[in-house]
Ligand binder design. Structure first.
Ligand code: FE
Ligand code: CA
Length: 518
């Protein structure tokens, strides 16, 4: 090989490696221009993981029968990034290869971008072109930021409603969407279905891909992805309801369950604007928890509450997983963990060292208590932080020890809007408030019944706001003065009325822990 050519070759491979660690498998390349019979970009586009100088761009090509490739054939996909919405000023262009081993997904980690800057992007392959997406980088680390606007969302059961919350999110002026899990649901509940999942409950990679395909074809979900970068976290339903680490409800042999989990994680990666690590070759144990900074205004942590947790305490020996538990000594076992020791240590170190004004700790479920009186003592929901009280104490003790004020936690999972102070001892008015919690209701997924919700509300004086009857998302507005939460909601099932309204608004004032009603 000539030296120049060799250098070019090296450069090309280095760029491909830097762009996407997962796009390195060797497949027979096909450079023949194709004439597509069907739009391969039918799942839309997305961007995510915004940083001051980088962002991840995503798409996945879907191939109809008429467009099938030869076995092992790869596709070259062009990515273009522009500085203007009219796509006149192109600032970046590259070509990446993808093939069937990664479901024809494309992940491009675009670097060397400007901070606080809008970009537009699109993908193309031969005569096919994707929709145009918009994204925006984070501010420079030392920037004075006046406002950070986030759409906090989770739990979008496809069968249980229309994605009208996403239609509104798409039209909001936002810095990013913070999605805290249950992006797909593996399970069905025909009683509440207004539309149907296609296919069986997914267990294999092919089945999980099919489930994501169905969700990703929704035009309102596509619009929200095309409009803003998303910061992603998963919860249980991306794999299976109530799983914990290597355990499922059926007590499946962990080695066997981990194969299902690996298939689910791979499908997750293939459909989201996220980076793969720590193993660049495999998503089986992919690390999703992360931290990002928003100028001097805020640090944001996104915590993985599924992959590393201890199994739920006092599980039913036949049907495991989540349930209310009482007289359960296991709850108080200090060795039990929600985050796993490594993530817990990482968070505690990073949180304690944070110098930014607001510390936004996004985690997938609810930290404040929802326990209710039982015949003996109280009954606790063992799947949320109530089921991990020692881990919750350690989390809050970190805040106390580091003398942090302005810690606001953001959650999802429970299909309920929650505003609550976080005390070392929940519901004890003598116990100091150390942080503030907002939990968003679900985009579509059905919530707890009215009676159960009312009992929880009256049994937990800390719950300033607790409503499970409506669907939607939460608009989080962060300024130097306050963190404001507007619960944007609609009736169940979502789509049965035209739009969303504000159910309630709360603020956390600078320096004063605990939400207050507006
Ligand atoms: Fe959910
Ligand atoms: Ca969940």
């Amino acid at each position: 090989m000539q030296r120049r050519k060799f250098n070019q070759h090296l450069q090309h491979s280095a760029i491909a490696l830097a762009l996407s660690p997962w796009l390195t498998a060797v497949a027979a390349p096909s450079n023949k221009p194709r004439h597509w019979q069907n739009n391969p970009f039918a799942l839309g586009v997305a961007s995510g993981r915004p940083r001051a100088d980088s962002v991840v761009l995503w798409t996945r090509l879907v191939l109809a029968d008429e467009d099938l490739l030869l076995a092992g054939e790869s596709l070259a996909v062009t990515v273009e990034v522009f500085a203007d919405s009219k796509l006149r000023r192109r600032v970046y262009q590259t070509e990446v290869r993808t093939d069937a081993s990664r479901g024809h997904s494309v992940h491009v980690h675009v670097r060397h971008l400007q901070p606080s800057t809008d970009y537009w992007y699109r993908f193309s392959q031969s005569d096919a072109q994707s929709a145009v997406g918009h994204t925006r980088t984070a501010p420079a680390l030392n920037a004075d930021v006046r406002v950070l606007r986030i759409a906090l969302s989770s739990c979008q059961h496809y069968e249980q409603g229309q994605y009208i919350a996403h239609a509104e999110i798409a039209n909001q002026s936002l810095d990013f969407v913070l999605f805290m899990g249950d992006y797909i649901y593996e399970s069905s509940n025909p009683q509440y279905a207004i539309r149907k999942h296609s296919g069986e409950e997914p267990k294999t990679l092919a089945q999980y891909r099919e489930r994501y395909e169905q969700y990703k074809r929704d035009p309102m979900l596509q619009a929200a992805h095309a409009a803003h970068p998303w910061v992603m976290m998963w919860d249980d339903h991306e794999v299976v309801n109530d799983y914990a680490n290597d355990q499922d409800r059926q007590y499946t042999d962990p080695q066997q369950f981990l194969l299902r989990r690996a298939a689910a994680y791979q499908a997750y990666f293939e459909h989201q604007p996220v980076l793969l690590g720590p193993d660049p070759q495999s998503p089986a144990n992919m690390r999703l928890y992360d931290q990002l900074s928003w100028g001097k205004l805020a640090d944001v942590w996104t915590l993985d509450c599924r992959q590393y947790r201890s199994a739920q305490a006092c599980r039913d020996p036949v049907r495991g997983g989540a349930r209310p538990v009482m007289q359960c000594d296991e709850l108080n076992d200090v060795s039990r963990t929600m985050l796993g020791l490594e993530q817990e240590r990482w968070l505690s170190k990073s949180l304690s060292a944070s110098k930014r004004q607001w510390k936004l700790v996004a985690q997938a479920t609810q930290i404040s208590s929802t326990s209710v009186p039982a015949p003996v003592g109280r009954s606790y929901w063992n799947d949320a932080w109530d089921g991990y009280p020692e881990a919750r104490k350690r989390l809050l003790q970190t805040v106390v020890d580091a003398k942090l004020n302005n810690v606001v936690t953001l959650g999802g999972d429970v299909h309920c809007n929650v505003a609550a102070p976080l005390r070392m001892e929940p519901n004890n008015p003598q116990s100091p408030i150390v942080a503030s919690e907002f939990v968003t209701t679900s985009i579509t997924s059905r919530g707890l019944g009215d009676k159960a919700a009312a009992l929880i509300r009256e049994s937990n004086p800390d719950l300033l706001h607790y409503r499970s009857d409506e669907r939607g998302y939460s608009l989080i507005t962060v300024t130097p003065q306050e963190v404001r939460c507007d619960f944007r909601t609609t009736k169940f099932p979502a789509g049965s009325e035209a739009g969303l309204k504000t159910q309630a608004s709360y603020v956390v004032k600078n320096g004063k822990a605990g939400p207050q009603p507006v």
